[in-house]
Design a protein around this ligand. Structure first.
Ligand code: F6R
Length: 243
């Protein structure tokens, strides 16, 4: 199987990673004001989104034609729960960047029928061109989005059974236990025009090493990114200390 080396940008710390990432995203949006961005939540991208919002306020780019796709969502929490990816993206991206409501594609966090919900999202993104930017954080278990270890296929949008480490992710630490997630699948992730993976801190040192050096396998989903020739990794010195 053909594999590629991701472009690796090493920076000093979390702040420098966030600056480099916000600069990169702003560049994509300036070049293509109707870009489709599929975005993660979590601790890693928070400062990046803040810096991006500052650039927007300074008038560096416009957002009225952008489309934002929510990468994943915890199943079962009310949409307005502080732990949902919905609340996170509305707070850090949708509101500060003035994204029009009809340009936000987003899983319902507590749908009556999860399978119908993932089919609805797949149907919606199938009608769009590939994402211009797929941004990712790296899970402590190697997941990307909620594509969890052990899932066999490069599949579509789906409901994922979450491993224990994921169930204890900081976002849902104070929420009732969440056992399932809905996620954009590896198929659409790998089709994206640009994939940006952000990795920061010594808690991700092993994971970054495995993503770049392990055999490509479902045991560590992030290794699948090496099947795309469009991956950029921005990592800080702490995360990169084993490379
Ligand atoms: C969240 C998501 C997850 C996180 C990953 C890293 O929307 O897609 O895959 O990116 O769990 O989380 P942090 O950044 O909190 O370490």
């Amino acid at each position: 199987m053909k594999s590629f080396e991701p472009a690796l940008e090493l920076v000093k710390d979390y702040e420098a990673m966030s600056e480099a990432a916000s600069e990169y995203i702003a560049g994509i949006v300036k070049e293509k004001p109707d870009a489709i961005l599929c975005l993660p939540t979590g601790e890693t991208p928070t400062r990046t989104y803040l810096l991006l919002a500052e650039k927007f306020r300074r008038g560096e780019f416009v957002t009225d034609r952008l489309t934002i796709v929510k990468l994943d969502e915890w199943v079962g929490l009310p949409m307005s729960d502080p732990g949902t990816c919905e609340t996170y993206l509305r707070t850090h991206v949708i509101a500060p960047l003035h994204i029009p409501a009809e340009h936000f594609i987003s899983f319902e966090s507590a749908p009556a029928d999860q399978e119908k919900e993932v089919a609805r999202i797949q149907h919606t993104i199938d009608a769009l061109p590939p994402f211009d930017l797929m941004m990712l954080g790296l899970g402590v278990n190697g997941h990307i989005g909620f594509n969890e270890p052990g899932e066999e296929v490069i599949g579509p949008v789906h409901v994922a059974e979450l491993q224990e480490t994921t169930q204890h992710h900081s976002m849902v630490r104070n929420s009732p236990l969440v056992r399932f997630g809905m996620t954009i699948g590896l198929r659409d992730i790998l089709r994206s025009r640009h994939i940006l993976m952000l990795v920061s801190g010594k808690g991700k040192t092993e994971q970054l090493h495995r993503m770049l050096k392990d055999d490509i396998s479902p045991a560590f989903p992030a290794t699948h990114l090496r099947k795309s020739s469009h991956v950029r990794v921005i990592a800080d010195t702490a995360a990169a200390s084993r490379l």
